[in-house]
Design a protein around this ligand. Structure first.
Ligand SMILES: [Fe+2]
Length: 359
């Protein structure tokens, strides 16, 4: 175990298992505790860690106009579980444009964040990290709902000492669908848990498990109140929200996510849904009992087709055959089930994220 105190910090614990990204001609495998790991895009040969000046989130956002990669790192320098967050921008030419560090109110596990054309938002939610706790043999990361639930907002080109902290009730967010600026407000659609899943309470006891639900957060920059406005968008538990990425930083109408129809809060997702955020109509597909379904990745039919016109691709674990299929859906008719299946001779281990890069 690379987290064993005997070897912690002395051996490379990187597994680069969380996300895969194509940026500026580089194929990068990402995991939030390390720098991005470069791979040869044709042979998948390892190239090695790429220098981003420190740890990088597995969820950086590429600006669709400048092609800059906007990212953060957390629980990083100078010591593990420090409350410091660093904000960085990597140019498409591979040259680091900025990396600035600020101190958050406490150390939180920050899996994903929000970026818009003008702003960057850092969630500091009460899934806290503590070296002191870890040294006592208690959980390094734990659900501490008595700590404030905060989101730090700053202009993308501003200094890190300009961050304004908004607040909400105790909750946790692993994944953001999309975020955009809208008339002095920032809108972000996120998968919100009332209780952080997978992690224990600070005393090591097991917490309550619940599912995540899609909600819309609005941050009014012209209002004196620092409270995040929240609106539920849907009532089916799920994870891995995605959208038509040609609408990055714009109000998107269509979204897709993996669903948990059998057991909300189960780490395995067993279905895929499309949600029309204008009509609020949802279209569902559910796999067979025992199967598991990956994140839905949207592929547009062509570069200039309408928003949401295209396919959803995913990996389905087919339990009764102990195999996996690569499945392709009509993105606007998820309830019809897969249009095509590429049958694989073996099981693909359950993973986290995937992305499509057209030839
Ligand atoms: Fe993730």
């Amino acid at each position: 175990m690379t987290t064993d105190p005997e070897v912690f910090g002395k051996v490379d614990s990187g597994v680069a298992n969380t996300n895969i990204l194509w940026h500026g001609g580089r194929l990068l495998a990402l995991e939030e505790g390390h720098q991005p790991f470069g791979m040869d895009p044709k042979t998948l040969e390892s190239i090695g860690y790429q220098d981003f000046g420190g740890k990088v989130t597995a969820h950086p956002k590429e600006d669709p106009v400048s092609k800059d990669l906007v990212f953060f790192g957390y629980a990083d320098a100078p010591t593990p579980f420090s409350p410091n967050i660093s904000y960085g921008v990597m140019g498409a030419d591979g040259v680091l444009k900025r990396r600035d560090t600020f101190e958050a109110p406490y150390c939180s596990m920050i899996h994903d964040f929000m970026v818009t054309g003008g702003h960057v938002l850092f969630p500091v939610l009460p899934l806290s990290g503590s070296m002191e706790r870890a040294m006592k043999g208690l959980p390094p990361f734990a659900w501490e709902p008595e700590k404030p639930a905060l989101v730090g907002v700053m202009a993308r080109d501003a200094a890190v000492d300009t961050i304004r902290w908004f607040q909400t009730d105790a909750c946790y967010v692993f994944h953001v669908m999309n975020a955009w600026d809208e008339d002095g407000k920032i809108v972000a659609d996120v998968m919100k848990y009332a209780v952080a899943p997978l992690f224990p309470l600070a005393d090591g006891s097991r917490g309550q498990q619940a599912g995540a639900y899609l909600v819309r957060w609005t941050f009014n920059l012209n209002d004196a109140s620092d409270v995040i406005k929240e609106e539920p968008l849907d009532d089916l538990a799920g994870e891995f929200p995605r959208y038509d990425e040609r609408f990055t930083f714009k109000a998107n109408r269509h979204g897709w996510y993996s669903t948990q129809t059998a057991k909300p809060g189960d780490i395995r997702t067993n279905g895929l849904s499309h949600i029309d955020l204008t009509s609020r109509k949802r279209t569902d597909w559910v796999s067979n009992d025992g199967d598991a379904v990956s994140e839905p990745v949207f592929v547009p039919r062509s570069a200039d087709t309408a928003e949401g016109d295209g396919w959803i691709v995913a990996v389905q674990y087919v339990a009764r055959e102990a195999r996996s299929d690569f499945v392709v859906f009509d993105a606007q008719a998820m309830d019809k089930g897969p249009l095509a299946r590429a049958k694989m001779p073996r099981r693909v281990p359950l993973g986290f994220h995937g992305n499509w890069v057209g030839a």
